[in-house]
Structure formats: C-alpha cells, structure tokens
Design a protein around this ligand. Sequence first.
Ligand SMILES: NC(=O)c1ccc[n+]([C@@H]2O[C@H](COP(=O)([O-])OP(=O)(O)OC[C@H]3O[C@@H](n4cnc5c(N)ncnc54)[C@H](OP(=O)(O)O)[C@@H]3O)[C@@H](O)[C@H]2O)c1
Length: 246
Amino acid sequence: MMESVLILGAKSDIGKALAREYARHGYDLILAARDAGTALRDFASDLRIRSQRNVILRSLDILSVEAHEDFYFSLGKRPAGVICVIGYMGDQTAASKDFREFKRITDTNYTAVACFLNVVANDFQRRRKGFIIGISSVAGDRGRKKNYIYGASKAALSAYLSGLRARLYPHGVHVMTVKPGFVKTRMTMAIKLPPILTATPEDAARQIYTAQKKDKDVIYVKGRWRLIMGIIRLIPERIFKAYCNF
Ligand SMILES: NC(=O)c1ccc[n+]([C@@H]2O[C@H](COP(=O)([O-])OP(=O)(O)OC[C@H]3O[C@@H](n4cnc5c(N)ncnc54)[C@H](OP(=O)(O)O)[C@@H]3O)[C@@H](O)[C@H]2O)c1
C-alpha cells in the first residue's frame, strides 16, 4: 500500500491543489474538512479517477479539540505526512469588540491547530518518521493595524512550528512552515491583489511539495515575500506606527 498524506482544511483552494499535487506524485490521500462527505465527494471521485490513488474523506471541525485523538487514531494506517491548511481571517472590527469572534480567529488559526498537531507530533516522534506542514502567513511576521488579530494567531502558529521543528528534528521528523503572501483563493476573492505578489493555489502547492521533498524549514510563497517581510520587519516601530498604513 502507498504512503498517504492527511490534509486538514482540504476544501480550501490551497488544500485541493495540494491534494492534486501529492496524488500526482503517487500519494494516497486522507482529506479532512468540516463537511467532507458532501463538500468533497465530487472532488474526491474526480481525483481518484485522474490519479488512480486511494482518496478517503473524513469530517473534522478543528475547534472540536476533544475529538482530535479519536479522529487521528481512527484513521487506520497512519499517514506519512500531515498538512494543515486550516485558517480563518475573520472580521477584525468585530473581533476587537466581541470575544467570540476574537476566540474563533485565535483558536482556528492557532490553539486548535496546535492541539491537533500535538497528537500528530507525539505519534510521529514514537514512529521516528513523518512530516508536518503548517500553513502560516506573512501576516504573522509583523502585526499590522488592519489584520493584527489574524496576524497574531499566525505568529503564534509560526513560533509553535519553529519549536516543534527543533523538538522533532532529532527524531527524524520534519516540520515545515509555509508563509504564503497573497494567494488567489476564496479567502481573498474580495481583495484586489497585485499580480506580481500573488500566487495561484497550484503554484503554492507545487512550491510546497518541492520544498517538503528538500526538507526546507520555512518557505515563502512567492519567494520574493521573504525579502519584503525582511524589510518590513526592519522598519522601526516609531516609523511603522506613524506611516505604515496597511
Ligand atoms: N489566500 C491567501 O492569500 C493566504 C495568505 C496567507 C495565508 N493563507 C493561509 O492559507 C490557508 C488556506 O487559505 P485559503 O486562502 O485557501 O482560504 P480558505 O478557502 O478560506 O481556507 C481556509 C480553510 O480552513 C477551513 N476551516 C476554517 N475553520 C475551520 C474549522 N473550524 N474546522 C475545520 N476547517 C476549518 C475552511 O473550511 P471550510 O471549507 O469548511 O470553510 C477552509 O477549507 C489558511 O491557513 C490561510 O490562513 C492564505
């Protein structure tokens, strides 16, 4: 039997592109989404036919943290890798007034994802193999006034993945952090994105697959975002707070 990859947030455009990419390279897939059975049925049938790979659907709401262990250990054969694509931009204005929206952003991007990855990490460490990919964001590299609540949750995820990478490295388990800049997806469809800084989900999936095979630690999609965020991080707070209105 072939090795499989578990994709959390498989209904997202990036999740679907990753599913196609890993299937193209011979992996079986376990696709998880909140309503996997209905939402992903047609996508999975199409993928099975095109790739001749085994594609299994599983439902998971990442916020149901008590269900994580049961979900993971009921998968049968454990996956060779886990990719978490789950994310929630939310409404910052609402979140700054309503703790429920604040908590939903924080939990969806960080707390619940980290709880799930704790389960995976312990299993992979025991088995001394596997890879974990977390989709974070350039928004986590510096808090900006327009999306600092989402950004803070992604910063927490990036810090978590960095520590997890160091913990699992001696056990032969690889952890990769992905920081997309702009990707043309459902999440960003209402925003006018500059083409030169914007990737398609397919570009993102190709870059992620290639980087994972090379055991990269942190990647930016597109690569030029590394330079941009390096410069943005260097701007002194005094200037950033007064002039950087983005
Ligand atoms: N697009 C960009 O420009 C961009 C930039 C930087 C980082 N990212 C990150 O890239 C990842 C994919 O984003 P995307 O652009 O493809 O947006 P998206 O389509 O909104 O994807 C987000 C995914 O998260 C899932 N999700 C949200 N809450 C969940 C929950 N409680 N339980 C399980 N799944 C949940 C959504 O599930 P449903 O399908 O059920 O709603 C959706 O599949 C996210 O982590 C995002 O933060 C995107």
